[in-house]
Write a protein that binds this ligand. Structure first.
Ligand code: LLP
Length: 407
């Protein structure tokens, strides 16, 4: 049991708290599910890229799924081996491709023909062979929120099978490209196993057709996307997931790659906030807290639900309230219509399941500092990232302003 009240006495709210033991448990569950088959679990840094969190993954011999050179450098700093890093994303800059190739990551997931040709040109210039995988869009409905659905032909991600085939043939002939993998990712917060298995079937059939013409695929990357229970969603059983995938891969001698993000860190993270005031309008009750949409954007952006924990045994009757932050937007809410007893200034409100896409999507909107990140492991509590100071936020701008003034 985490003692939030005690931790909140040591650290100023708002802050994120990550249970590193839980992250380890969730990561190892993936390894376990695929045990007996060559596998590489590449944690999706976009979900939570705190260096200490990523270092935990490195310690467990995990890999990293990165979508920018910044994430790749974070992975390296945290101790992930280059040969366990993959680089995805629809828009990679030349400089990012160059640097990724220089670092010698496992492969680049290519998302268009134009990108394939850029990678080829850059690799030629560097006189190396670039290992690549192609992100194939299976055009299967993942049945998740439209903002986080990626595997339909109307989405910007990947290429269709026909185009992928042309790209593999092109890469196969090129001296500067080495196609070693195939990749798909149909969406995030998936609660249905079926679309993943259907996609696996489709992409595995495609992979077998490539192997048959001499394209030596070594990696089969099924993306990430397994959902967690925020409210009362059903969840996918990892064992059934792994077995379902493996059952479609006969005839392929490949290492399976998964890119889970949310399901590793989501449930292990909390946003800890304190009440500033209560406020009532004619027909609405607001609980105003010190955390806001700049700290946790998911409710404002996706109408996402995060369970609330409170810690006092007030006998007074509960009533509906919106829990809102200090940011100047009506869309700045962290919970709508929560049943809460009367709250007093200083009371703690903790948002659960905030470890994924929480801090990593936070911003400095309203010149609010990005908050601290705290870790807890084997009962020990320690800071993982200091809260940003005002000086830190304005440092670079101020330097320029002062230079301009002195001209
Ligand atoms: N691989 C690729 C290629 C991805 O695009 C993603 C997530 C993942 C792996 C990891 O997916 P996960 O296991 O975390 O579901 N900000 C949204 C989620 C965006 C997901 C983007 N891609 C949210 O807060 O719900």
């Amino acid at each position: 049991m985490i003692n939030f009240c005690e931790i909140a006495q040591q650290y100023e709210t708002p802050f994120y708290l990550y249970n590193l033991d839980k992250i380890q448990e969730k990561f190892l569950a993936y390894k376990q599910a695929f045990a007996g088959r060559k596998n590489l679990i590449c944690f999706a840094l976009k979900a939570n890229s705190n260096l200490s969190v990523v270092a935990k993954i490195a310690e467990l011999e995990g890999g990293a799924d990165c979508v920018s050179i910044g994430e790749i450098k974070r992975a390296i700093l945290a101790g992930i081996k280059p040969y366990r890093i993959i680089f995805s994303g629809v828009g990679k800059k030349d400089s990012e491709i160059k640097e990724a190739l220089k670092i010698g990551i496992l492969f680049i997931n290519v998302e268009s023909f134009a990108e394939l040709k850029r990678i080829e040109a850059i690799a030629q210039e560097m006189q190396i062979e670039a290992r690549i995988s192609i992100r194939v869009n299976p055009n299967i409905d993942p049945k998740t929120h439209p903002y986080i659905s990626t595997g339909l032909s109307e989405n910007k991600f990947g290429v269709d099978i026909q185009e992928a085939k042309q790209m593999y043939l092109y890469a196969h002939k090129s001296l500067a490209l080495k196609p070693i993998g195939v990749h798909f990712h149909i969406g995030s917060q998936l609660t249905e196993l079926d679309p993943i298995i259907q996609s696996t079937q489709k992409i595995a059939d495609f992979a077998r057709s490539l192997v048959a013409i001499g394209i030596d695929l070594k990696f089969f990357d099924v993306g990430g996307g397994i959902g967690i229970r925020y409210e009362n969603e059903k969840t996918i059983d990892l064992y059934a997931y792994a077995q379902g995938i493996l059952s479609k891969l006969n005839g392929l001698d490949v290492t399976i790659i998964c890119e889970p993000g949310r399901s590793i860190v989501g449930e292990a993270g909390y946003l800890v906030t304190r009440v500033l005031y209560e406020k009532r309008t004619q027909n609405k009750r607001f609980v105003i807290i010190d955390g806001a949409m700049n700290d946790l954007l998911r409710p404002s952006l996706y109408n996402a639900h995060h369970n609330i924990k409170i810690f006092h045994e007030k006998k007074q009757e509960k009533s509906l309230a919106d829990v809102v932050g200090p940011v100047c937007e009506s869309g700045d809410f962290l919970a709508k219509n929560a049943m809460l007893p009367p709250m007093e200034s200083g009371d703690l409100i903790v948002f659960e399941n905030a470890g994924a896409y929480g801090f990593s999507m936070s911003s400095n909107y309203n010149t609010r500092s990005k908050c601290a990140e705290i870790g807890i492991e084997k009962g020990e509590v320690f800071i993982l990232r200091k809260p940003e100071s005002f000086d830190f936020i304005v440092r670079d701008e101020l330097e320029i302003l002062n230079q301009r003034k002195n001209r």
